[in-house]
Unconditional design. Structure first.
Length: 269
């Protein structure tokens, strides 16, 4: 009888735990759906028309790799470049901050994008490079804390822009965005990747309170433009000294040599 009674009580306890867990999971799913919906609502701040988008002093061009294979250009990259040039030449932005990944000496998104912007008519002194845009959150937060911009036009594909604006407005940045064309052949893959990127975004904003990997000294837009031959990650002095000690060096990161851009997998994060 005692064993039977214990089994009944234990079974009842397990059912209660299961119900509590199920309710918790359901609540998390509901909250996640609400937050996902909030990100999608940022489409209200995006524009497809060059005529309708308001003027902003600074545009933030989010980086991605130029190639998907050795001889195949990344259409996301090409369309973002075209969108940034169209904004600039139409007088909708006065300066462009190119923010991307430069974690490896053989891979330099900002510098590559700068070269193509110049080829298409954007003056070099109107292009600023952010080498520490390792991901969207870093690029967006750094536009305020490093480049001192409280209002900005973000340039990327529509789904990416919605997430970037969500991060921007959470950080007190009055952001709008111009939508670069989305390559239709990659539409499904991009949306699957974006779903998980938005989950990560929600965790970064509400749970982890994530910060950029590097901050550092401020850069004045319209003031002295750091030469791409000398500009690199703008870490704090402590970060620079720590890295120098690890590498046995006494100076800041060397600039990437003038070598051909290395192909890489496309990135939209």
């Amino acid at each position: 009888m005692r064993q039977n009674s214990f089994s009944i009580e234990y079974g009842t306890f397990l059912r209660k735990v299961f119900y509590v867990f199920a309710i918790f999971v359901l609540l998390m799913l509901v909250l996640t759906c609400i937050m996902m919906s909030d990100i999608s609502r940022m489409s209200a701040y995006t524009y497809n028309s060059i005529e309708k988008i308001p003027h902003n002093r600074t545009g933030l061009l989010l980086g991605t790799s130029k190639f998907v294979s050795r001889n195949k250009i990344n259409q996301y990259y090409l369309n973002r470049i075209n969108a940034a040039v169209e904004l600039y030449l139409s007088g909708k932005i006065d300066y462009i901050v190119v923010s991307g990944d430069n974690a490896l000496k053989s891979y330099n998104e900002p510098r590559t994008m700068r070269k193509d912007l110049i080829k298409m008519g954007v003056p070099p002194d109107h292009i600023y490079l952010d080498y520490a845009g390792f991901r969207t959150l870093d690029s967006v937060v750094r536009i305020k804390h490093i480049f001192k911009q409280d209002s900005v036009t973000i340039i990327s594909q529509d789904f990416h822009n919605e997430r970037a604006i969500y991060i921007a407005r959470h950080n007190g940045i009055n952001a709008i965005a111009f939508n670069a064309h989305v390559p239709r052949q990659d539409f499904f893959v991009s949306n699957v990747r974006e779903f998980f990127a938005r989950l990560k975004c929600i965790l970064d904003v509400y749970l982890f309170n994530s910060k950029p990997k590097f901050l550092g000294d401020s850069i004045e837009i319209g003031g002295e433009n750091i030469s791409p031959k000398h500009a690199q990650l703008h870490e704090s002095t402590t970060d620079r000294n720590h890295e120098a000690a690890e590498n046995g060096k006494n100076q800041h990161n060397d600039v990437v040599s003038e070598e051909a851009d290395k192909p890489s997998e496309p990135q939209t994060e």
